[in-house]
Design a protein around this ligand. Structure first.
Ligand SMILES: [Zn+2]
Length: 193
């Protein structure tokens, strides 16, 4: 099988917080409240939001995605970076090397947290990866159809037992391709342009 259908999800700007940073922003021992669960197993948007300050502009409210993580990280679209006044640094989630740190403001204090633009990626479980012949860290192409049809190149495959099969794009990529959450893309392996 050379082509595989994947559900697209367009991720708006959000933040992941460590226990230490939750303590600083909301007070020691504070527990973030679940607003709604999101597609990846165990992940949720919280009721709480925080402020985000860049050198040029700020966002008063950005979404927190729980549960808490080992390391805090802000995930932005490229347009968000320009608005805030920072240079976009592209990484796979969890890697923040060379990323600019921005001030996050909570009700009880503020902290500086690195901001990345997530590289476009696919989440997939071990089982499905095996079925489709995909490997962790492999790069594939994904074709989006429609009026603004594009082929996304260098889409990083991320395999984990709990992952649900999804293509994650930031909002600029989604808008450029004219796709929204729930639309479908076609994963293309072994295809040379
Ligand atoms: Zn993702």
């Amino acid at each position: 099988m050379n082509t595989i259908k994947v559900i697209v999800e367009v991720s708006a700007r959000h933040i992941h917080l460590s226990r230490r940073d939750i303590n600083r922003l909301f007070g020691r021992g504070y527990q973030l409240q679940v607003k709604n669960s999101i597609s990846q197993t165990g992940q949720f948007a919280t009721v709480e939001t925080v402020g985000l300050k860049g050198p040029k502009n700020e966002f008063k409210k950005i979404r927190i995605v729980g549960p808490e993580r080992k390391k805090s990280q802000i995930e932005l679209a490229v347009t968000d970076c320009f608005y805030l006044g920072i240079k976009p640094v592209y990484h796979i989630s969890g890697d923040t090397k060379g990323a600019p740190k921005l001030e996050i403001i909570g009700p009880k204090g503020s902290v500086k947290i690195p901001a990345i633009v997530p590289l476009r990626h696919i989440h997939i479980s071990d089982q499905e990866a095996k079925k489709y012949g995909l490997k962790n860290k492999q790069k594939v192409k994904v074709k989006i159809s429609g009026q603004r049809a594009v082929i996304f190149d260098k889409v990083v495959v991320r395999v984990h037992p709990t992952f649900r099969f999804r293509l994650h794009l930031e909002t600029d990529e989604g808008n450029a391709a004219g796709v929204k959450t729930g639309d479908k893309g076609l994963v293309i392996k072994n295809f040379k342009l």
